[in-house]
Ligand binder design. Structure first.
Ligand code: SF4
Length: 440
């Protein structure tokens, strides 16, 4: 007998992707098949994003498409925290759940599409189903956020910080590594705050006692022998303790810190966590400790009330900080965010000009920093092979958001394996290299 088939659409950030992976794994555990297209599915689950207005529109459109093509749709994810918005436009959806509601989604699926009698439990590999390539995986350590940045409604959508106990996170990390994962990407809304809500609850991993807190997590992950990359870290003073682990090679020399701005007055209006820390001094100190540290960040230009002088402060700060990887968004008002009323909106053309200026400056810095690496021999992780060229990443490149290392003679390298390569050339964001030998 044919198993019931569920179609799945996953929108939004890596955190939503992790939710999608959980739901898909559980669907397979319960005996459902996953349908590759709407027409062959008995029902479709849409995992939505509600972060900014453009994401809301995209989510509503995806729900509409699924309804047109299939007719039986369950909605989950961030936009699901606001069911009226969905039901107003799409009254035909079968059910709506909020974010990280795996159990509720499964209940709704089972109600509208009964599960088969004999679930094929052994069809599911122990590590679950991942939407990312086999050799890297996102490790979500907490949900929600205790901060109240004025431009963000994630705490309203996802609730307060809820950390996973360290033994739970480490058990998942160990399973992933056992299944072939070579790189773990630690994600959450605020990685440095990990465990505060659990009062740093103790736990153990492989016979060693750890606490549920940022630095212990870094230490424990550092024992697994794979790449560990830290995302969404705020520059609280306690973060400095991770630098020695980077210097020892336990954790990748990479920090993703969403600074968002550098002008103290804008940061104050943004109500950013750790905005009063002396970040420039810290960055210089970190680089002294770990010379090959890669710093990635994102920024917002055109925040309400941003003056020319405040923007200039941001540019000057960027020149000083010499960040390696930089993303920049033009401010876009999110419904329900307090920032919308905090100052005069910045006109579109001014915002556009600032965005361009900022990105040009960031590009020059990136280009100069990458050029310094020509001649170095480094370790890369191979993501794929295209026309005889290996597309790989160095410790400085997170998948999907950063650059790549093109290994020109790397056609024989194995996907998901580490390799030693020598950098031969660089452009604004990517490196070119040739093979120096392979390692395991
Ligand atoms: S840290 Fe700020 S921007 Fe990030 S989720 Fe929390 S409130 Fe939103």
């Amino acid at each position: 007998m044919k198993n019931p088939r569920v179609g799945f659409v996953s929108l939004g950030c890596p955190k939503a992707l992790v939710d999608s992976e959980r739901i898909l794994t559980q669907l397979r555990v319960r005996g459902y098949d996953i349908a590759p297209e709407y027409s062959s599915a008995d029902l479709v689950v849409v995992n939505t994003c509600g972060f900014i207005d453009a994401a809301i529109d995209e989510s509503l459109q995806a729900i509409g498409e699924a309804l047109d093509a299939n007719g039986r749709v369950i909605v989950t994810g961030c936009l699901g925290a606001n069911p009226e918005r969905i039901l107003q436009q799409h009254p035909r959806v079968l059910a709506v759940t909020g974010p990280h509601a795996t159990e509720q989604v499964l209940r709704e699926v089972e109600q509208h599409l009964p599960r088969p009698h004999e679930p094929y439990l052994d069809l599911v590999p122990a590590q679950g189903i991942r939407l990312t390539p086999r050799h890297y995986a996102y490790l979500k350590i907490s949900e929600g956020c205790n901060n109240r940045c004025s431009f963000c409604i994630i705490p309203q959508l996802r609730g307060k910080l809820a950390s996973r106990p360290i033994d739970d996170v480490m058990a998942e990390a160990e399973r992933l590594v056992a299944s072939g994962v070579r790189e773990l990407l630690v994600i959450s809304q605020d990685t440095s705050a990990y465990g505060v809500d659990l009062r740093y609850r103790p736990g153990s991993f492989r016979g060693v006692e750890y606490q549920t807190r940022f630095i212990d997590l870094a230490r424990a992950l550092g024992t697994l022998g794979v790449w560990v990359r830290m995302h969404y870290v705020y520059p609280y003073p306690h973060v400095d303790a991770v630098l020695p682990l980077m210097a020892e090679g336990k954790v990748l020399p990479y920090l993703d810190i969403p600074f968002q701005h550098a002008s103290p007055t804008v940061l104050q209006r943004m109500a950013r966590p750790a905005h009063a820390e002396k970040t420039l001094d810290r960055i210089h100190q970190w680089r002294r400790e770990v010379p090959d540290l890669t710093l990635r960040s994102t920024f917002i230009v055109g925040f309400p009330g941003e003056t020319d002088a405040e923007f200039q402060q941001l540019l000057d700060w960027l020149d000083e900080a010499q960040l390696d990887r930089v993303g920049c968004f033009k401010y876009s008002p999110v419904e329900g965010a307090p920032a919308n009323t905090l100052g005069e909106p910045v006109p579109d053309e001014v915002m556009e000009e600032r965005h361009q200026l900022f990105m040009e400056r960031a590009m020059e810095i990136s280009k100069a920093r990458l050029a310094q690496r020509i001649g170095q021999t480094i370790t890369v992780l191979v993501d794929r092979i295209e026309d005889g060229v290996a597309i790989a990443r160095s410790s400085g490149d997170a998948p999907e958001i950063d650059g790549v290392v093109q290994v020109l003679d790397g056609g024989a390298l194995r996907v998901g394996e580490f390799a030693q390569v020598t950098i031969t050339d660089a452009d604004a964001y990517d490196l070119q290299a040739t093979v120096a030998g392979t390692t395991h």
